[in-house]
Design a binder for this molecule. Sequence first.
Ligand SMILES: [Zn+2]
Length: 566
Amino acid sequence: MALACAACGHPPPPPAPPAPPPPRARTLTILGTNDFHGSLQRLPILAGFVANVRAARAADGGAVLLIDAGDMFQGTLESNLNEGKAVIEAYSALGYTAATVGNHEFDFGPAGPAVTAQGDDDPRGALKDRAGEAKFPLLTANILDAESGNRIKWQHMPASTTVKAAGITVGIIGVTTEATPFTTMPANFAGLRMGDTAAAIKAEAERLRGDGADFIVVAAHIGGKCTDFANPDDASSCDGNEELPRLLDALPPGTIDMVVGGHTHSGMAHRIGKVAVIESYSSARAFGRVDLRISGSGVITAVKIHPPQLLCPVPEGQPPPPPAECKPPDYEGRPVVPDPQMTELIAPYLEAAKARREEPIGVEVAATLAATYDAESPAGNLFADLMLQARPDADVALTNGGGLRADVPAGPLTYGAVYESQPFDNRFAIVTLQGRHLRKLIADNLQAKNGIFSWAGLTARARCKKGQLDIQLFDRRGRPIADGKTIKVATSDFLASGGDDGIVGRLDLPAGAVQSTDVVIRDAMVAVLRKRGGKLAATDLYSTKKPRLAYPAPRPVSCVGAPAAP
Ligand SMILES: [Zn+2]
């Protein structure tokens, strides 16, 4: 073999390149959020946490994915005044990998202030505009065109996406709760239907595996309910009847590896079957996290599930503090610093909302009026009363628990406080029905486990009699309401047009029984409050001794095997 000789007149061969270092083990961190509901003010802190994780992964050769499980836009003035544009802009800046479509993503209807389409408006115009603006895909595998039965094919809204990170290929599929048609404004979902979620995931997962995916994540606007996060392998605190555990049961083992869940606003951080499942409450109170340990040769050797990480830890049972009072813990070995760029990005949106929010209404709230989703509450009764006062043509007013989103705080009442509690731009619908229909509505709602109905203009006494729920109704003067009496109910277009599981539709009312209006309920309520002035006290609205709805607790009420009423 020829020896290189610098003195022999031949140039030396180039030096051999240094051998590459043996590939080292690394970590892929997958962060999940869900049910953000327009909480822009918490984003600088969330961005601070994400920055710390990214710094840690950059230092050890790994990577970070950021996935959202839907219901991003609806719920605050900061977001709703721009139909979610601010959220998309902020999520893009934060570097989200993908998000799925929540039921409330349909709430804004067409682009512009109207919430339901007129004429040629596209009833999904606002959502399609947001998808077009996003620097990440909005995934949806199980929303179908009702007529053709094919998956919807809207721009920037594929069924799944694939990313390479930390040396492995991750497939991400998006799915939405099968309750979507009746948990957004039904008119905005017209012409669409939900497909079989398990079948959609299975088909998409098979395709992604065929294309080389090593790990499959489902971003699901579908959730569960768990209470104990001490041991991720012990899911005994999780409610197996929720939609997500039932979906997991329907999937063949090995179809998927992880779920970022949502919709139920609950916590999950568990291995169910062999699937790592996270869900992290709502409104950016927390985020979820799963770490994949990846060997030097690219094999996933461990999947670690972290409990939901609160952004601003508070003692259990207390609400999260306002962002200014938030004290985030150190994370990844360094302090969490609110991201100044994110603060700057959201500033104009906060400013626009502030003026509107601070408008005083001229009413003093003596002490916080609690809003309760699944039981009668002062705030629920207040809003039902205001609906009835706004519609003197009605005998009774009805609003649903899912529409009631926040307590009414003590002090001078502002537009913002009413808005937070009633963020949906629903309009009045007047439903003409009979006493027996009213009893069926109350019976169905008492026997359901979703949000309770709040009523004004009537009281109901329900009891178990011979294994059946027996309900007596009384009008606002305490007179019994007969089955054949004609009653006008002021409610929302949401409920009247199929919301809350189609409860009004199940009454089989004759054509013409539902009269829609163009009056936004919240604006009408605010007008009533401005005229009324004075004070609001919880004791005037709700008393446990004299509830508007008396029933054998708890809901869902079951009379099977109940002792006979005295
Ligand atoms: Zn939802």
